[in-house]
Write a protein that binds this ligand. Sequence first.
Ligand SMILES: Cc1ncc(C[n+]2csc(CCOP(=O)(O)OP(=O)(O)O)c2C)c(N)n1
Ligand SMILES: [Mg+2]
Length: 395
Amino acid sequence: MAELPDASTCYELLAKMALIRRFEEEAGRQYQRAKAGGFLHLAIGEEATIVGTTSVMRDEDYLIGAYRTHGHAIARGAEPKHVMAELFGRVDGTSGGRGGSMHIFSREHRFMGGYGIVGGNLPIAAGLALASQYKGEDAVTVCMFGDGASNAGNFGETMNLAALWKLPVFFLVENNHYGMGTSVERHSAQTDLSKKAEGYGVPGERIDGMDVLAVREGVAEGIRAAREDRRPTILEAFTYRYRGHSAADPEVYREPEEVEEWQRKDPIEAFARRCVEADVLGEREVQEVRDKAEQVVMGAVEFADASPEPALDTLYENLYAVTDTEGWYAVDERSPEPHRGEREDRMPDAARELAEAGAAYAGQPAGPRPNPAEHGDADEGVEPEAAAEREEAGD
Ligand SMILES: Cc1ncc(C[n+]2csc(CCOP(=O)(O)OP(=O)(O)O)c2C)c(N)n1
Ligand SMILES: [Mg+2]
């Protein structure tokens, strides 16, 4: 068992885990109230894996995750109020309210997303690491993904290039035992995921993802190997999500007893107990951590609620039509023409057609435009069933 670090580090680790837990509980509640839209995937139960990892990263390092990453962004330093505002689809959100739960992003904190495509973050992680290598920088890219994502084709492609090009990248599989409702035994022929990249030249180990100190120890070594030896490795952390895959999950694929068994290993409770028993933290400090989390999270809800929705006339901002020909072209409401910063002389007909089709107001006379907000929105009073229906319609 890893040794307890000094009291202030213990306090920090506990505070971060407690904050993320409280944030996600509240995010779930706000989703039921239809304040948060789209999909919502909670990582409640996985806090030790998240915080253990980020706690040994440097500010200059990059982190890239999947779509269960509210906690990852907060652990990297994004403010809970900005993450909450993103869930609410408001302008003060981390992506200006355009991304929502699955697309939290903070370049400032080198948290590079937030991806809804399972396994889609893997090649991007290799790309980030390649960029660091190319620029001669010291930064390491940490790539976190689920057990299910290890079955994506680009898992192998990424591992191959990471090893071949000796990229400064470190991989962490958050093995929460399921990809949606499918257990690891039913979705992966090789159930030891730490071995899955070995043939590509990326060796791995397994750790207890419910123990924040074990995660710290394992990840610190993985990051060191990536930074100093340019040797990518993989760590499989065993963890568990206490909630369903997303907000509406009937959980027919697992027994309540299994959930209860993992709840008894609650990473936050276990760490707090250990710190108190070793006299590193007092009960008073543990309570203080909880009170602070409550305060910050309720402040975040208030902030998000007060933040305006993006203005309707910004609808076409930050939309890009990328074609199979050279260059990129912005599509917006002003006109179907390409705009400043674009390569007018190279705009092909395909891009122009796309612009015309995509820019709903293009070429129309200026004047009042329909405002969806006036036809009622889902802000208040939506029953949990309605939220569940929304979820069922997607993943
Ligand atoms: C390419 C792709 N295929 C399928 C899906 C649908 N899908 C969403 S989440 C998920 C399960 C992924 O499981 P895992 O990687 O273990 O992550 P976890 O949800 O357990 O954190 C699937 C199949 C998707 N989003 N993208
Ligand atoms: Mg999983």
